[in-house]
Unconditional design. Sequence first.
Length: 167
Amino acid sequence: MAIVFKGRVFSVEVDRRRFPNGTEHEVTVVRHSPSVVIIPMRDDGQVILIRQYRASVDQELWEVPAGRVDEGETPEDAVRRECEEEIRLVPKKLERIRGLYPAPGYCNEELIFFRVSDLVSPPPDSPHKPDEDEYIDVQPYSVDAAKAMVRNGQIVDLKTAYALTLI
């Protein structure tokens, strides 16, 4: 195995693998730690969405909060941290729904979906702040309005479109 690129978020490796039929092929794999996808539900039944700039598509996208599970961190800890960083609220209730691989043809990242509720303000001395490259607009929507945003093309992020089916 040769790592041909190593960045802050992911690495790329090239290797030879024996396939189930016995043939051997060169493969290129993007290695990415698991990520959590968060469906934050307010007490009034609204879902919280965020809008942030995504350099890869050079536009602002509406999404549910999400982020990488840091080394040594549990997915549940990542949910709490990401909620606090992105929507400035901390969930008291977490429900792990399931994990999915969004692009297993070239990437090993697993997206772990959580529904969270009973959202409270973080303690004033909390160390969790938005990443310096994140400029996030936080907005609650009714579930029907959020699902309509998928249908009318305002939400184009696949993890968010799927997450909204889980409400």
